[in-house]
Each structure stands twice: as structure tokens, then as C-alpha cells.
Write a protein that binds this ligand. Sequence first.
Ligand SMILES: [Zn+2]
Length: 89
Amino acid sequence: MQLTSVERIETLNHGIRKDREKRMCNCIQEMISEITEKGFENVEAPIELLSGRLYLEFTGNKKGQKKKRTIPVLLSKCPICGEEYENHD
Ligand SMILES: [Zn+2]
């Protein structure tokens, strides 16, 4: 199985990630539980594991290139409860 870059980051920063997750609101975990209750398994949310923030995936191609790419955009707030994510920079 080929690792995605996000999974690689998770492996490298496992300790840091655990610490950072504590600072997030619980909305995504609750959402995952709700989806799980509907009969799904291995539910994964679009969370950037390094910062614990949610991201949206846009797609587009660079000028002059035909290949479409995914552009992950980190959200500054939780889209469910509106709580601002802490800036870890
Ligand atoms: Zn929230």
C-alpha cells in the first residue's frame, strides 16, 4: 500500500499530533461517531494531522498544465461549531 503524504506526516509526528489534538473541539469526532452509527467503517475526516485542523480539497490545474491537482486548503475555524483553531505556527 502506498502511503499518502498525510499518512507519512502522521507517522513522523505521532507524538506531536496526539498533544495537538487535545486542543481541538470535539465536532469531528462526534461526526465520525454519527457516520459510524449509520453503518460505515474506517471513517476518516479531512484533518491535517500536523496541525489537527480540518481542510477542504479544491481541485484545479496550473496554468499551461492539463493535469488536475488537489489543493488542500486549511480552515481557520471549525465549520460545525465555528470555534477558531489555534494557530500552531
Ligand atoms: Zn467544532
